[in-house]
Design a protein around this ligand. Structure first.
Ligand SMILES: Cc1cc2nc3c(=O)[nH]c(=O)nc-3n(C[C@H](O)[C@H](O)[C@H](O)COP(=O)(O)OP(=O)(O)OC[C@H]3O[C@@H](n4cnc5c(N)ncnc54)[C@H](O)[C@@H]3O)c2cc1C
Length: 445
């Protein structure tokens, strides 16, 4: 029997703990420390909760201390691990009431996740400057929105979280200005043809966009009164900072090998550079199939998968990860966008010579009179090898399932030419005989 210590019990930790308990039963002793008071909060539901699109937060949790304990784990909440002696295999932690704990282990699984990036700007500590990560952060924002004096909110950061929050604040009847140093929104996942669509969508729903400008300070007498950039000043009552997340790798950062952004470097079995120490989720690297190399892609989906893989390997079953593509989706008002792999810009940045094919058409044939929307698709591929590197799709239709096929195509190294001849069915209710996927692939140079 091995004593397996898991540090962190959110998405990666929970998936890992569940897999160890469900698959290997009482073969191991599973001990868990988490510094927070809750488990498995779905941050992806935060904007829906803030924007009152869901009734409350109940459904945003899918696991609990009690549930995991019932299966046999020992769970210590509000217990923070400060450091590890990797030679002696002992973790040092402190409970909420200040009690110091020493916990020995045979195998250690680090699932310490990520923390918000705090930009070093004057005024970041003023009242009503908010961050968005934890359940407690969302609760604070929601409580503050009870105050009608909060009339105008600045969201800093136009990544997918910032964009979702901008919609949420607008839905709560607030004026919203979204600020980003980049010239557009969502540029990590989409090229210009798509970011322009989202910009238009945000503007037409009354969200003010202040792109291409750098926040220099937040000002106010004790609490937020305005936010200042290198180009303008905006009177606001709340500032939400969503400028990104960094891996939380305080533990063992001087001993374990780290990636260029500070995440724990892991192999496909989630093993770190020290034997019997695994890392999973946002604190660790992933194998990126589009890039065909290690990368850092912080997503709950990756956290869950790496948690499962880490659990099997820590319990003695050799199960390498098949890698990821960074598949993602967003739905703002009625515009849906999904992407996987690399954009053209990203592919260039990573040294590829990308080509792309762009196609737009209606989802169904024109004789289908009921709801029928346009779909835009862009497939990115490598000029030389013709391997598919990425795909972006946007529509007011729910086109989300189509991206999974591209995710698999990237994983399996499919070329754009093979895609052109793929057996894609046709039925008027769903699509066209010359559907947009086939057409995009056929029209590739
Ligand atoms: C607003 C928001 C929206 C998001 N939307 C999506 C989405 O739509 N789709 C998607 O795939 N992803 C989304 N994400 C990203 C997703 O939430 C993360 O990728 C995911 O939370 C990573 O899970 P994790 O378990 O690796 O890390 P975390 O969620 O960061 O959890 C780490 C855990 O470790 C604990 N911990 C850390 N340090 C210690 C320590 N020293 N001692 C003890 N415990 C410790 C923490 O308390 C925490 O419980 C979103 C994130 C946010 C913030």
């Amino acid at each position: 029997m091995s004593k397996i210590l898991v540090v962190g019990a959110n998405h990666a930790g929970t998936a890992c703990i569940n897999t160890m308990l469900d698959t290997y039963g009482s073969q191991n002793e599973v001990i868990v420390f988490d510094r927070n008071s809750n488990i498995s909060f779905l941050g992806c539901g935060m904007a829906l909760w803030i924007g009152r699109q869901i009734d409350g937060y109940d459904g945003l949790f899918y696991a609990s201390k009690e549930g995991l304990e019932k299966k046999g784990a020992k769970i210590m909440m509000e217990t923070e691990v400060s450091h590890i002696d990797f030679d002696k295999k002992i973790a040092y932690a402190k409970t909420a009431d200040g009690k110091e704990i020493q916990q020995d282990y045979d195998k250690l699984i680090l699932a310490t996740g990520s923390v918000p990036v705090v930009p070093p700007i004057p005024g970041k500590d003023l009242e009503n400057v908010e961050f968005v990560k934890l359940f407690q952060n969302a609760q604070t924002v929601i409580d503050k929105l009870e105050n009608p004096a909060i009339k105008r909110v600045a969201v800093v950061g136009a990544g997918y979280i910032g964009v979702e929050l901008a919609e949420a604040f607008k839905r709560c009847g607030r004026e919203v200005v979204m600020i980003d140093i980049a010239p557009t929104c969502l540029s990590a996942y989409y090229d210009k043809e798509f970011t322009e669509m989202m910009e238009e969508n945000l503007k037409s729903n009354g969200i003010e966009l202040a792109f291409d400008q750098k926040v220099t300070s937040i000002e106010g007498n004790g609490k937020v009164e305005r936010i200042v950039t290198d180009k303008a000043s905006f009177d606001v009552d709340m500032v939400c900072l969503a400028v990104g997340f960094k891996p939380n790798t305080q533990i063992g950062k001087e001993k374990l090998e780290l990636f260029k952004n500070g995440s724990y470097v892991v192999n496909k079995n989630q093993e770190t550079s020290i034997k019997d120490v695994y890392a999973i989720g946002d604190c660790a690297t992933v194998y990126d199939n589009a890039l065909q190399d290690k990368n850092y892609i912080a997503l709950a989906t990756n956290a869950v998968r790496s948690g499962i893989v880490g659990a099997h390997n820590a319990c003695g079953t050799n199960l390498p990860s098949i890698g990821v593509q960074g598949s993602n989706g967003i739905c703002i008002y009625d515009l849906k966008m999904v992407s996987t792999g690399m954009t053209v810009e990203k592919a260039k940045k990573f040294g590829f010579d990308p080509e792309f094919t762009l196609f737009e058409d209606y989802q169904r044939m024109s004789f289908m009179k009921n709801h029928n929307e346009k779909v835009k698709i862009k497939i990115v591929y490598d000029k030389k090898t013709r391997r598919i590197l990425g795909c972006q799709i946007a529509s007011k239709e729910d086109i989300s399932m189509a991206i999974h096929m591209f995710s698999l195509a990237i994983q399996e190294g499919v070329t754009i030419d093979k895609l052109a001849l793929l057996d894609i069915f046709f039925l008027p209710h769903f699509n066209q005989p010359y559907n947009y996927i086939t057409m995009a692939a056929i029209s590739a140079k």
